[in-house]
Design a protein around this ligand. Structure first.
Ligand SMILES: [Zn+2]
Length: 127
């Protein structure tokens, strides 16, 4: 399930959606905030242009809404059902989770967004 050739691999590792050979981002660590969203223009392995049209990644904002909800629900379940915290603590933990995971959420949504439009191509991968 989690290997090269699956969309999940490209989404979770942030690799090129077509060949899965190299990272789309100039810095692999999303918590280097100044470079969190800085991406290569195209893949050095297969030459795929990531920004297929101007402002392409604005669309990932729609995805980040959904991804953010996912993180918020997870924070709610953990703080409410596991730690049985009060309503204020639950609220704070949801906000805290969204802030702490923001760089990760942004990248995940970009990865999901670009993978909606591009598909893995075996012939482009390194032999
Ligand atoms: Zn590539």
């Amino acid at each position: 399930m989690f290997k090269k050739g699956t969309k999940l691999y490209s989404i979770l590792t942030g690799t090129c959606p077509k060949c899965h050979e190299e990272s789309m981002y100039t810095n692999k660590n999303p918590y280097n905030l100044s470079e969190a969203l800085s991406m290569h223009e195209k893949c050095s392995n297969c030459g795929t242009k990531y920004k297929i049209e101007p402002s392409f990644f604005y669309g990932s904002m729609y995805v980040s809404y959904g991804v953010g909800i996912g993180f918020a629900v997870a924070a709610f379940i953990i703080s409410h059902f596991v730690f049985e915290a009060g309503i204020n603590i639950v609220f704070a933990s949801i906000i805290g989770t969204l802030v702490v995971f923001m760089p990760l959420i942004l990248r995940l949504s970009r990865n999901i967004w670009i993978n909606l439009f591009m598909h893995y191509d075996k012939t482009l991968a390194k032999k």
